[in-house]
Design a protein around this ligand. Structure first.
Ligand code: MCA
Length: 504
């Protein structure tokens, strides 16, 4: 298998009167419904309220918008507790949740909607697209008068639950189909591995449209009956304040670098926190060490991908090694052939295929492993060290950017003959997107102007931070752009520029 589409979704098995995802997410809360599930600046949502709101939303989705089992529901909303209720509502219907980054441009969203063909888009602003659309407040208004209980669609672990787009090396995003089973396995496994219980308060600073923020941080919290402290964004002062009353934080290395850059981060301030988790991008050992020295905490680094959820983790008890992402999680099989070799994964965490992409063929090995595209060394004790990527991807602030997608946009701008995009080292973001651009003969290009024009087509995090105009691109004898050399040359140039007086 490997290509998924509407036919497969409709044909997936009906379960025996159960819905594993809804039961997993709401079970702990139902045991103590008065407990706070989500805490925001605006107030608290109890588990009973979350349960009832998700039921009302499920009624509204069916009755007003005709959403049924297998239908996609695209959601492009800012972080607010109702987004989690909407996600649970989709699970109640056996529908497929399609989260979209609010920072995407309309061009990007239209492309994803054409592919996902959702029954409904929940988004606050207008959009030129034939899809049925409703704003979050309108949907909540419609849901308000409905019953707070709902007979959940019977599903099973094979029922598709989410479609998450990851950009690809060709520049065309691919939708990874994750099942209810993938998501249930993911959060229950992590809760055991990291000891998350109803006694925890999880400081939540991540986007709610990626695996990390939604299926790891939020799902671990909800499914264990913990309290999710949903912060408005990543304001260091507010995060430090929240950490004073939290027990767990999950973040990307940029979050930890930003906390460290603030002298208010002290051991006393985070004395109630028992666990800091990092993922989505490599955690530099220097950052691990500096955080440990300042706070006494050894950040727990773990590793995963959109297609596989979480794969490996450093231990809760025992040695957390800088530079290592730890051992395979229980129930997950990891295979690395070679030193280094590609990380291949098999298990209940692994997605079922890409949406509507039969041309990709079977994306699994004959014995059912998925190649993550990362390169690693597996040591004698089963610990993984990620040493590189086979895929041409830049990880900036925990977000993946595929150079091809950016190059296609730059190449389409007037006056641009060609471009090449690479990641360069960046203290804050880990890597920053940088572009080398060759102009058409006679064209007078300006880097700042190119960034503005690129921004019209690309979400801001994909827009190159650095645009360098060059006479030509470094190529090998075959005429292929030498990305490694370009990365080195651009890195050096940018470092020199930053060191000049007034640079930076
Ligand atoms: C924001 N900007 C960025 C990034 N984020 N530029 C490059 N890379 C980024 N990651 C841009 C904004 O568009 C803006 O540009 C300027 O930087 C400042 O924006 P601001 O909103 O203030 O940024 P921020 O709030 O400081 O965001 C930085 C951030 C954020 C907090 C690190 O990027 C973030 O939340 N990252 C986490 C991503 C994540 O959850 N990844 C998980 C996916 P301008 O000034 O031009 O407007 S991966 C995953 O799920 C896998 C499976 C896993 O293992 O976890």
């Amino acid at each position: 298998m490997g290509a998924w589409g509407p036919d497969q979704v409709a044909a997936s098995d009906h379960g025996a009167g159960q819905n594993p995802l809804v039961e997993t997410l709401l079970r702990a809360g139902r045991e103590d419904p008065g407990r706070v599930a989500i805490l925001t600046e605006g107030g608290a949502v109890t588990f009973a309220e979350l349960d009832a709101l998700s039921a009302r939303l499920a009624h509204a989705l069916v009755l007003e918008y005709g959403v049924g089992r297998g239908d996609r529901v695209a959601v492009q909303l800012p972080r607010r507790p109702e987004v989690l209720a909407l996600n649970v509502a989709c699970a109640r219907l056996g529908a497929v949740y399609v989260p979209l980054n609010p920072a995407y441009t309309d061009r990007e969203v239209r492309g994803l909607l054409d592919d996902a063909a959702p029954a409904l888009l929940v988004r606050d602003g207008p959009l030129e697209h034939p899809v049925a659309r409703v704003s979050c407040d309108e949907l909540l208004g419609t849901a308000a008068g409905r019953p707070g209980v709902f007979v959940d669609e019977a599903t099973d672990s094979a029922t598709p639950a989410a479609l998450l787009f990851t950009s690809g090396t060709t520049g065309r995003p691919k939708g990874a189909v994750l099942t209810q089973g993938n998501l249930v396995f993911g959060c229950t496994t992590l809760n055991r591995a990291w000891g998350i219980t109803s006694a925890d308060v999880v400081a939540h600073v991540l986007p709610l449209f990626h695996v990390h923020g939604l299926f790891v941080a939020a799902y671990c919290s909800l499914s264990s009956g913990a309290t999710l402290r949903l912060l408005a964004g990543f304001d260091v002062g507010e995060v430090l304040e929240a950490l004073g009353a939290s027990t767990v934080m999950m973040g990307v290395p940029t979050h930890y670098a930003r906390l460290l850059a603030d002298e208010r981060l002290t051991a006393e301030r985070v004395h109630g926190v028992r666990l800091f988790v990092s993922g989505s991008a490599p955690l530099p050992p220097s950052l691990f060490d500096a955080f440990w020295t300042r706070t006494g905490h050894r950040i727990l680094e773990r590793y995963g991908t959109t297609e596989t959820g979480m794969i490996a983790s450093n231990p809760l008890e025992g040695e957390r090694r800088p530079g290592s992402v730890g051992a395979a999680l229980p129930g997950v099989e990891v295979r690395v052939t070679g030193t280094p070799g590609p990380v291949e994964v098999r298990g209940p965490n692994v997605f079922v295929g890409y949406w509507n992409r039969p041309e990709l063929g079977d994306v699994f090995t004959p014995d059912g492993f998925f190649d993550t595209g990362d390169l690693a060394v597996l040591d004698g004790e089963g610990r993984l060290e990620i040493v590189g990527r086979a895929k041409d991807v830049i990880i900036t602030g925990g977000l993946n950017v595929y150079p091809k997608e950016v190059e296609q946009v730059l190449d389409g701008l007037p006056g641009v003959a060609e471009s090449a995009v690479v990641g360069v080292a960046d203290d804050d973001l880990g890597e920053a997107v940088a572009a080398a651009v060759v102009s058409d003969p006679g064209a007078a290009l300006d880097g700042g102007e190119l960034r503005v024009r690129a921004r019209e087509s690309l979400a801001p995090f994909k827009v190159p931070r650095h645009v360098v105009l060059v006479a030509d691109l470094p190529r090998n004898a075959m005429g292929k752009v030498e990305k490694a050399r370009l990365r080195r040359d651009l890195g050096e140039l940018l470092r020199r520029r930053a060191a000049e007086p007034g640079g930076g």
